[in-house]
Ligand binder design. Structure first.
Ligand SMILES: *Cc1c(COP(=O)(O)O)cnc(C)c1O
Length: 360
């Protein structure tokens, strides 16, 4: 395999999905697998489905098209609030979308009527994370108006936390969501079939049995892909954290002083990094850079290797203390954060190696 490459272990993804789905099922929650960090990779999506997720979601239509072009048949959910310019495509391509603008719902309604379809909608509520959603005090009039539109069916409400401002899902805000659902049901006589409360940040609440009964849907990406809950980013028990590993190759290996020589100004990205005085050190340069990865989000699999920095095309590591000495041409593996995974999947410079295992 040409370097750099990202290995993708489908069996580990399937296993992670199975673990998360089983936990959620015990608590009456169905799981939609979120593929956006993999750019809607069909093999990853299929592994999620084998692991038991009930449907698939992505934030971009282009990724959903990729999944459908690969022949995947399941329920598809659009996670990002649609643009006005894509409503026809939303109606044609996805079964259910998350929404927060009446104007967009009106456009979806017109497009659905035109296509002779009924499109399902989850109305998003902002419970404090300040990304998408209607403020709770506005929800009743909003849903009241939306429910009048033909061609769309309001099937539930949802909220997204932890992604933008890092607001943690709690018994309090989850009860708030549930109360809003019940209020809509009583006041507007509109059944809220789906109460979509959590993403990967909700796992601790679920496992602690603190998620109020009635929250019945979760949209899960990171916990399946990288085996982590996202409040503390702790590994989730019974899952793998290395389903994705970035492999990159040593292209220069030299002993150099740990501190730069000469008068210093800014680096290529406008930063002014500092360098410790460690004396002569063994430094390895690798063939990835900031163009391909989020360097703060990669961790060498090898102990005692320290990331020093990166430019657009080079990654530099201090490898003085590695047990088995490296050579030019050696390949080193790194685990990834969500941001690093997203960047690596998006980079066309990083080859993707799908490990098929028992499903080859
Ligand atoms: C990305 C996203 C998710 C998945 O979040 P994870 O933390 O990866 O589980 C869920 N819901 C919405 C609306 C999203 O945008």
């Amino acid at each position: 395999m040409k370097t750099p490459y990202l290995s993708i272990d489908l069996d580990k993804i399937e296993h992670n999905a199975r673990t998360i789905v089983a936990l959620c099922k015990q608590h009456g929650i169905s799981v939609t697998g979120v593929t956006k960090a993999t750019c809607g990779n069909p093999e990853v999506a299929k592994a999620m489905l084998r692991g038991g997720v009930q449907s698939l979601a992505d934030s971009r239509l282009i990724n959903i098209h990729r999944l459908q072009a690969a022949g995947i048949q399941t329920l598809f959910m659009l996670l990002r609030v649609p643009t006005l310019s894509e409503v026809d495509d939303v109606i044609a391509s996805v079964d259910i979308s998350l929404n927060s603008e009446l104007q967009t719902l009106q456009a979806l309604s017109a497009a659905a009527v035109q296509a002779d379809k009924v499109h399902d909608v989850i109305v998003m509520v902002d419970l404090g994370d300040l990304r998408e959603g209607i403020w709770p005090s506005e929800i009743l009039p909003f849903v009241g108006e939306a429910a009048k539109l033909r061609g769309i069916r309001i099937v539930g409400i949802g909220t997204n936390l932890a992604c933008f401002a890092g607001v943690v899902p709690s018994e309090h805000n989850m009860n708030q969501l549930l109360d809003l659902a019940r209020t809509i049901e009583h006041t507007l006589n509109l059944p809220m079939k789906m109460v979509s409360g959590v993403n990967s940040s909700g796992l601790e609440l679920i496992a602690a049995n603190k998620l109020p009964l009635g929250i019945n849907h979760a949209r899960i990406g990171e916990a399946i892909l990288l085996g982590r809950e996202t409040v503390h980013r702790n590994p989730w028990p019974g899952t793998y954290q290395d389903a994705f590993v970035l492999h990159t190759e040593v292209i220069e290996l030299k002993e150099k002083p740990s501190q730069p020589v000469g008068e210093r100004s800014q680096d290529a990205f406008g930063g002014q990094p500092s360098f410790e005085g460690w004396g002569q050190r063994k430094r390895a340069l690798f063939n990835v850079g900031r163009e391909d990865i989020d360097i703060s989000g990669i961790t060498p699999l090898s102990n005692n290797a320290t990331i020093l920095g990166a430019s657009s095309g080079y990654l530099a590591l201090d490898v003085t203390d590695i047990q088995t000495p490296l050579q030019v041409g050696d390949v080193l593996g790194f685990t990834l954060s969500y941001g690093a995974l997203l960047a690596a999947m998006t980079s066309e410079y990083i080859h993707k190696q799908i490990k098929t295992g028992k499903h080859s």
